[in-house]
Design a protein around this ligand. Structure first.
Ligand code: NAD
Ligand code: TYD
Length: 344
């Protein structure tokens, strides 16, 4: 019997991971520990409410006492840490909360894991720590070259995880995943924002020239990759997780409009994000050697994602109709200059 603490388990990838674990392992118990920030949502976990193998604790990973009490009460042996502030755009206006959760919060979890002698601490990290990769692909030895407060905070967390392994022998692993898409992603990230805007015939705001490239992977593939590392990964090691392919934002947006059945006239070019990373690209040979590879191509991932948002308006309308979301959208998008489509 494994007892997991899934921190940030009420967010997008964390909740998909909890579902994946409960569906694939009978011999586990899963405690979700989540602060329920704007991005945390218990609707993501509704289907597990009555499962005796599942429990929810509301708490902040920066709260050392609550973290320790939860680990002890539930006899946790493994922490999988998804908890983070995650949106690059928000990190440009509120870096402090990123440093608190993504760096200090990680330290609090590591200290507790060390003191209680846990079997495993797994850190869910991001390809963004490598910064923009203009040519080729970043393997796990690629230099850290962060460019946004979000990626700098995530890199700080990663370095602390590695330090606890080196200094104290804590049994850690790290995954660095690429941009993920799928059910229950908060509609501030580009794909759920674009699908839900398209359904409502609202503009799709493209930053800059739209030629930035990302490795969009299906969230379930990401979860399976994390599980592969938990089962077969070597202690102290980092594993990249992605499809190893890339898609330009404008191509993603065009395919998405086709899938929703809406016209290209909804595309609206606006002022670029400051410090916008042009391209992310991962070398995924290390995780492939463990037998994992993503099962969905980009177009399959996008198709499934679009279908889920079309079929689950109950989930995202509640968020988008809320005053908190509307205030964010207003502050972030109104007043940004609209430009004609670039000539190319
Ligand atoms: P998300 O923003 O959807 O969810 C984050 C969750 O963490 C929320 O439930 C929130 O309530 C919780 N949380 C935030 N601060 C907390 C705190 N102080 N204490 C406890 N809980 C807290 O994020 P996501 O997209 O699911 O990302 C999960 C993890 O995966 C993050 O660490 C992120 O850096 C990483 N990641 C995400 C992507 C992606 O494309 N979304 C790609 C690679 C890596
Ligand atoms: P995002 O989902 O914020 O992920 P990240 O910045 O962490 O990769 O953005 C993905 C890409 O989409 C990125 O190149 C920025 C771009 N983007 C837009 O063009 N318009 C938008 O409104 C948003 C939110 C993102």
């Amino acid at each position: 019997m494994k007892n997991y603490l899934v921190t940030g388990g009420a967010g997008f990838i964390g909740s998909n991971f909890v579902t994946w674990l409960l569906e694939h392992h009978d011999d586990c118990r899963v405690v979700v520990y989540d602060k329920l920030t704007y991005a945390g949502n218990l609707n993501n976990l509704l289907s597990h409410r009555d499962d005796p193998r599942y429990a929810f604790v509301q708490g902040d990973i920066c709260d050392a006492k609550r973290v320790r009490d939860t680990l002890k009460t539930h006899a946790i042996d493994t922490i999988v840490n998804f908890a983070a502030e995650t949106h690059v755009d928000r990190s440009l206006t509120d870096a402090g909360s990123f440093i608190n959760t993504d760096v200090f919060g990680t330290y609090v979890l590591l200290e507790a894991a060390k003191e209680l002698g846990l079997e495993r601490y797994h850190q869910v990290s991001t390809d963004e720590v490598y910064g923009e990769v203009l040519e080729g692909a970043a393997d796990e030895q690629y230099p850290i070259h962060t460019r946004s407060p979000y990626s700098a905070s995530k890199a700080g967390g990663d370095l602390m995880v590695l330090a606890y392994h080196t200094s104290f022998g804590l049994p850690v692993t790290i995954t660095r995943g690429s941009n993920s898409i799928g059910p229950y992603q908060y509609p501030e990230k580009v794909v759920p924002l674009f699908v839900t805007n398209a359904i409502d015939d609202k503009p799709l705001p493209i930053y800059g020239d739209g030629l930035q490239a990302r490795d969009y992977q299906y969230v379930v593939d990401h979860c399976e990759g994390i599980n592969t590392v938990l089962q077969k990964g070597q202690i102290g090691e980092i594993y990249n997780l992605g499809t190893g392919t890339e898609t330009r934002n404008i191509d993603m947006a065009n395919l998405l409009l086709e899938l929703v059945g809406k016209p290209k006239s909804l595309l609206q070019y606006i002022t670029d994000r400051p410090g916008h990373d042009r391209r992310y690209a991962l070398d995924v040979s290390k995780i492939r050697a463990l037998g994992w590879q993503s099962r969905h191509s980009f177009s399959q991932a996008l198709e499934k994602t679009v279908r889920w948002y079309c079929d689950n308006e109950w989930w995202w309308r509640e968020i988008k109709n809320g005053t908190r979301y509307q205030a964010y959208y207003q502050t972030h998008y109104s007043g940004r200059e609209v430009a004609p489509p670039p000539e190319n």
